[in-house]
Design a protein around this ligand. Structure first.
Ligand code: FES
Length: 73
């Protein structure tokens, strides 16, 4: 399913960026997702929140740099 129409990014692209450490919409934007009209930001926030609530692991701070080279291509 396409999540960000402007950047042609699908659900898998977003989840890959989240798995790489993205925690905010700004982090996702660094991966080239949601950088144009912003119409997808609500869905991106929902996906980020779902990922946080689904995580059974205790909070572990992520590295400051988001590694998203694969999602930028
Ligand atoms: S739909 Fe994602 S920035 Fe426009």
């Amino acid at each position: 399913m396409i999540v960000c129409l402007c950047r042609a990014k699908n659900e898998r692209d977003v989840l890959r960026a989240i798995e790489a450490g993205a925690e905010t919409v700004s982090d996702l934007q660094e991966c080239g997702i949601g950088t144009d009209c912003g119409g997808c930001h609500g869905m991106l926030r929902s996906m980020l929140a779902a990922n946080r609530s689904a995580s059974a692991a205790p909070f572990v701070p992520m590295p400051s740099a988001v590694s998203c080279a694969e999602t930028v291509a």
